[in-house]
Ligand binder design. Structure first.
Ligand SMILES: [Zn+2]
Length: 264
């Protein structure tokens, strides 16, 4: 059984502050360690649940946050920058499922640790075919396009609520209760790791009953920026890419991957 794991950092146990999430900041090295150890706990649970091939993607920022020396020896790791057209290298329909670990709520969510969609600096929010969407929904669609279902989402309580509305049949595990963008009632990381392992075992056991998320095209992606200059800096052709107002642009394509490559 092959399983793909995408690991972001905002939703990892013990992570709450901006200083934990940016390379060079004082608390980043400790947060990398938390990320790596939580990732290893997931791998251990997947092996116990019968996984024979595990690919883990480092999905935060630069894509290079895991501490290589500490990584579990029985998985393979995608690290470094990948383009949005190739967001999950190596993923194909031979995988039985995917896990979204350490994720966060979409931009604009109230009381959610580091809520954002794709970038914290530039965009307020995204809509796909008129419906608000965050990274959970986008990633589940990209994974679903390959015929693979998402089996588990972890992150703060708002991440779990978003997962429940995007993926109603999918399990979610809350690593913390968010009290603000930079505040949370934290579960200790050691407890997170053991509870998450239990959630992984249950989710993998449930794999056959979960369907890949799919949405038929054509697609329309609306981006709401924070500043007009961000919208100014883009190119518009009036059909595939169009500016709707000072802060809003819309992108259109029949194919989801093509849509993301023109919009991002
Ligand atoms: Zn991130």
């Amino acid at each position: 059984m092959k399983i793909y794991v995408s690991c972001d950092m905002e939703g990892i146990g013990g992570v709450t502050l901006r200083e934990q999430l940016i390379r060079g900041e004082l608390l980043y090295e400790e947060a990398r360690r938390l990320l790596t150890l939580e990732t290893n706990a997931v791998t251990e649970a997947l092996l116990a649940a019968g996984a024979t091939h595990i690919v883990v993607k480092d999905a935060h920022g630069s894509g290079f946050n895991f501490i290589p020396e500490l990584l579990h020896p029985k998985a393979e790791y995608v690290m470094g920058a990948t383009r949005v057209e190739n967001r999950f290298p190596g993923l194909d329909d031979s995988f039985a499922g995917a896990l979204l670990i350490g994720y966060h709520a979409m931009g604009g969510t109230a009381l959610a640790v580091r809520d954002h969609t794709m970038t914290s600096q530039g965009w307020q929010s995204l809509r796909l075919n008129g419906r608000p969407i965050g990274e959970i929904g986008l990633d589940a669609l990209l994974i679903g396009q390959r015929g693979v279902p998402v089996l588990l989402v972890s992150g703060d309580d708002k991440t779990c609520m978003e997962a429940a509305s995007e993926l109603p049949e999918v399990a979610a595990y809350a690593t913390k209760t968010a009290l603000g963008r930079h505040a949370a009632l934290l579960k200790p990381p050691q407890r997170v790791r053991s509870e998450l392992q239990e959630a992984v075992r249950r989710a993998v056991g449930n794999a056959k009953s979960v369907k890949p998320l799919q949405l038929a095209g054509p697609y329309e992606l609306t981006i709401r920026f924070l500043h007009t200059e961000q919208a100014d800096a883009r190119r518009y052709d009036g059909t595939q890419a169009e500016r709707l107002d000072g802060l809003t642009a819309v992108y259109r394509a029949d194919d989801l991957t093509e849509l993301l490559s023109i919009a991002f």
